[in-house]
Design a protein. Structure first.
Ligand code: ADP
Ligand code: MG
Ligand code: ZN
Length: 584
């Protein structure tokens, strides 16, 4: 391949050089020609020494003598000059003597230059085509990706969510015989380093199918159309192999929400995105191709990507909690020589570490041990590595701040959970965590609402109380001066519910059964409405505080447990709830 390409370039170079040499040679020949006066020319004429006269319209004419010498002389510009010459038996040529060969060489020079340029453009095209081709883009399949679910520690929920995908990849026929439609696309979202890529590889590994990976940023190119063509090649390649997992990392690079300010760059992105959507709808269920994508921010993605039939399954891959961190540390320390290491303790110390950061920590410790030629990786290696990994922060200080933040978050979340358990016992609180996620910056409490068509006034008031539970717990434990910004979102939702109750649902006094929207055009006094909302929420807040005060024992116990475990599940809560009930 390469040799042919090189020949294509060398041939025109050689011909160009040759013709250039000749061209210069001819010109040199003529540069050597001397001018002679017209009288001398006439003299040569009378001596019959002239063989040819090159007769053009220029001020000079060229004269070739019978001995081959050439010189120039002035063009007399007389009438019948040609006839006079011809009569004396002199040949007359109406082109310059250098013209014929120099035109030939000039032409051959031009041709070689042009073909050289074509060859260069082509060869650069070949290389850019090479870049276009998926091969050189690191999307070569990792056949039988050597990863399995065993390489992914923690992340149990995410693993569970992709289990059926593995099964589908193994027997797509089974699913299609039931007419079941598998999600074509799956989006893994979560903080960097939480193991999204790892999980995608594990899916391919478990199903024993090739894994094709590319990053969204590979598709975003300066040249319009390159991204789209890369997408097509990626799919073509994957389809050529039958079953496969196609993984697109950083999908936000191409699938970001379209903004109204259209620039050239976003045109390119649109093309790429459209190519992706077209390709995704372009194969049928039986083929056993699954497209997985990863992003740090699900809310940044264009809705077009998230529609059914596209990336319609969204799986959160969250930061590991205590148990998960222990598992991850164990996994990465598994085949390393360790001594006297308390992995449990390290799991505790590494709150908010991602899987990648934990892996990094273990690796740094191993490097330190290796540098010292120590036989084992010991606790003090981990200590040093820890400082390296969290470098940039004053360690103690940071731990102190963290510990305090953790405590605030824990009380806040338990506040929500407890109020929910007490006020809305039919709503299952499935998870309370202080591990931040896209669901909440500090932590979050997840409850499964009761299924019902209508929500009554009593329920809405209780929902407000649950939302206020976080703030109420903070105030109760830390004092009114130490409440935090953590309740920002809760308060927003509270306001929303209260406002709707009073202005839309006819549950208030100020406008009674009237609907605020219908009254919008009338210039009614809104102060009264705001006051009523405030009074409603204020009263509910007092009630919430009272409730938590009477449950302070549970509040403390649950918080203690949450700080310890970082995540509490339904079972943990239920247990504590009943324990309290029997106490009461
Ligand atoms: P992401 O794609 O979410 O940014 P990666 O999958 O690239 O994260 O993770 C980077 C590395 O961190 C992995 O190769 C692995 O060594 C480690 N890691 C991350 N999460 C886990 C996990 N849950 N279990 C084991 N290792 C993990
Ligand atoms: Mg990644
Ligand atoms: Zn809250």
């Amino acid at each position: 391949m390469n040799k042919i390409k090189k020949k294509q370039i060398y041939i025109p170079i050689i011909t160009a050089v040759i013709s250039l040499v000749f061209l210069l040679g001819i010109n040199y020949n003529f540069m050597g020609t001397k001018d002679k006066s017209y009288v001398e020319f006439l003299n040569d004429m009378s001596k019959k020494k002239v063989s040819t006269v090159y007769f053009t319209d220029t001020p000079k004419i060229k004269v070739k003598l019978s001995d081959g010498k050439i010189y120039e002389t002035d063009n007399p510009r007389i009438d019948n000059f040609k006839e006079t010459l011809l009569k004396q038996g002199v040949e007359v040529s109406e082109t310059s003597p250098s013209d014929a060969p120099s035109i030939i060489f000039m032409a051959s020079f031009m041709i070689s230059i042009i073909s050289l340029m074509i060859a260069l453009i082509r060869s650069s095209n070949i290389t850019s085509k090479g870049m276009l081709s998926v091969d050189s883009l690191d999307a070569s399949a990792i056949e039988n990706a050597p990863f399995t679910f065993n390489d992914v520690a923690g992340n149990e929920e995410a693993k569970e969510s992709v289990m059926d995908i593995v099964d589908f990849l193994k027997n797509p026929e089974k699913y299609s015989s039931y007419g079941a439609r598998m999600p074509r696309g799956i989006i893994l979202y979560g903080d960097p380093g939480t193991g999204k890529t790892l999980l995608a590889k594990a899916v391919a590994g478990e199903a024993n199918v090739p894994f094709y990976a590319m990053s969204g940023s590979d598709f975003v190119q300066v040249y319009v159309g390159v991204g789209a063509s890369r997408i097509r090649q990626l799919f073509k390649k994957a389809k050529g192999h039958g079953k496969a997992v196609i993984f697109i990392d950083e999908i936000d690079a191409i699938g970001k929400k379209r903004d109204n300010s259209k620039t050239g760059g976003s045109d390119e992105r649109d093309q790429t995105l459209n190519a992706l959507l077209t390709e995704m709808s372009g194969f049928n269920e039986k083929e056993g191709i699954i497209i997985m994508a990863a992003t740090n921010r699900l809310d940044m993605l264009d809705e077009a990507l998230l529609r059914p039939g596209r990336f319609d399954r969204h799986i959160e891959v969250s930061l590991p909690d205590l148990t998960a961190r222990e598992k991850i540390l164990n996994l990465h320390l598994k085949n390393k020589p360790i001594k006297d290491m308390n992995i449990k303790e390290w799991a505790q110390k590494t709150a908010y570490f991602s899987g990648a950061k934990l892996e990094n920590l273990v690796n740094e410790a191993a490097i330190l041990a290796c540098k010292e030629e120590s036989k084992f990786i010991e606790n003090y290696h981990m200590d040093k590595a820890f400082s390296i990994v969290v470098a940039g922060y004053e360690k103690q200080n940071r731990d102190y701040i963290k510990e305090k933040d953790r405590k605030i978050t824990a009380f806040h979340e338990v506040g929500h959970a407890l109020v929910s358990l007490k006020m809305l016992p039919n709503e299952k609180v499935s998870k309370v965590t202080i591990i931040p996620s896209t669901k909440g910056a500090g932590g979050y409490t997840l409850s499964i609402p009761e299924d019902s068509l209508y929500q009554n006034k009593d329920y809405l008031k209780k929902r407000i109380m649950v939302l206020l539970g976080g703030r109420a717990a903070e105030e109760l434990i830390f004092g009114a001066d130490y409440i935090t910004t953590g309740a920002h979102n809760d308060l927003k939702q509270c306001t929303n519910i209260a406002f709707h109750m009073i202005t839309q649902y006819g549950m208030g006094e100020t406008i009674g059964l009237l609907n605020m929207q219908e009254l919008m055009n009338l210039n009614i006094n809104k102060d009264n409405i705001i006051n009523e909302c405030k009074e409603l929420v204020d009263n509910l807040y007092e009630e919430t505080k009272q409730l938590l005060k009477s449950e302070e024992e549970s509040l403390n116990a649950l918080t203690e447990k949450l700080l310890q475990k970082e995540t509490l599940h339904y079972e943990d809560l239920e247990m504590l709830g009943t324990v309290h009930e029997t106490l009461a």
